[in-house]
Design a protein around this ligand. Sequence first.
Ligand code: BES
Ligand code: ZN
Length: 461
Amino acid sequence: MNNVLDFINSHRDDYVAQLETFLAIPSISALPEHAGDVRRCAEWCVSELQRIGLQHAALHETPGHPIVYAEWLGAPGAPTMLFYGHYDVQPVDPLELWETPPFQATVREGAIYARGAADDKGQIFMHLKAIEAHLSQHGVLPINVKVLLEGEEEVGSANLDTFIAANADTLAADVVVISDSPMFDRDVPSICYGLRGLAYFQIDIRGSSTDLHSGSYGGAVANPALVLAQLLAQMKDKAGRIRIPGFYDAVVDVTPAERAEFARLPFNEKRWAREIGVPKPFGESGYSTLERKWARPTFEVNGLLAGFTGEGAKTVIPAVAMAKVSMRLVPDQDPATIGQLFEAYLKKLTPKTVTVKVTHMHGGKPWTTGFDNEWVQAAGRAIERGFGRQPVFVREGGSIPVVSTFQQVLGLPSVLFGIGLPGENAHAPNEWLDLSNFHNGVLAAAYLYEELARARQQPEA
Ligand code: BES
Ligand code: ZN
């Protein structure tokens, strides 16, 4: 192991330079004009996987963006890790708010700034470097490794479940490892044991066939923008509770023990509010901020569009109004059921003076797991060795829909081993990854493979 650590420590600067080439590829999955870049990024991953010594590294076509798969199965009898990550990134707008260009990675104050730095290229790269270090120093890894990288995570992973079901034998493993989340705080490494799910919709309201003069028609027809605002206003009450009938039926509430654990975490709500710039937190009454973010479902408006929004004034009744809305879900809420409840409630509320269309966009199931299994314990030891501190156990509010697929289709537990930081600006301008976290993460990943191998050697209880 010492050779591996020396190798990693002596390549610290090279890693940053190599990561810059990965970050330079604008693999924005949401924008059709970047489809070629997404493919180029997949090809880059394939060649890197080959170069560091994995076998069968290949690009697999899907109806959308390609999936990348590679493996190294030279450790018979040792456990097999399925490493999952996503090489696609979010769009970069508003571009003018970036201090340096999103696809020209820039290092300042110990962090690397670029779209995808944290979410998720930097965290994928950390594992590639740890795998490379083992293979280059020993010619072998302590465990078998399968690497699965997708290019559609940021747009709902539409083709991943089909690929997994069709390749269940190839993907068979003992444990899934994912690094696609932040740690709890700087110097507070964490293992995440829960993610929220998601149900995403577009609402289109139409009044008239064309925009109307608000003097000639105002007062005699419904205004779609106002109807939409009234509909949205009925989704949540003043206490932050969602009013969709049946919405909470399947929700598993946080247990008193879990609430106590959350309360013990070093969370400073005032500092948190100041850092994100809100005057005061808001959420469902009766729950703490961490409970609201991690363990309670939510309804959000992600975008609104209606009428005249240019400079000056225009007296018009817009013909249409549109909203994008989404709900974060918690165990045991099901995105399809929630979608039906939402659509039924919305349609019941919509007045006959307009028409409404609801489009179901993507969704994903929520996930939680116990953390007393051997794989999570092994990851905890690896983090302690890499970061010099024991991890805390956290849940997260974001979604990685494939985690529940791994559980349900492949019967696999996942270990979420994220090394981002809060405030890393994922999905926002000026995304960054802390470079000392990255470096410790490469060390921790190298230790992880050793610890996973050791976990299997222990007699089963
Ligand atoms: N890396 C995030 C998931 C994440 C965010 C985990 C915050 C933990 C904390 C991931 O890339 C992501 O953004 N996922 C989308 C999924 C959606 C498009 C189905 C999300 O959460 O919005
Ligand atoms: Zn991500």
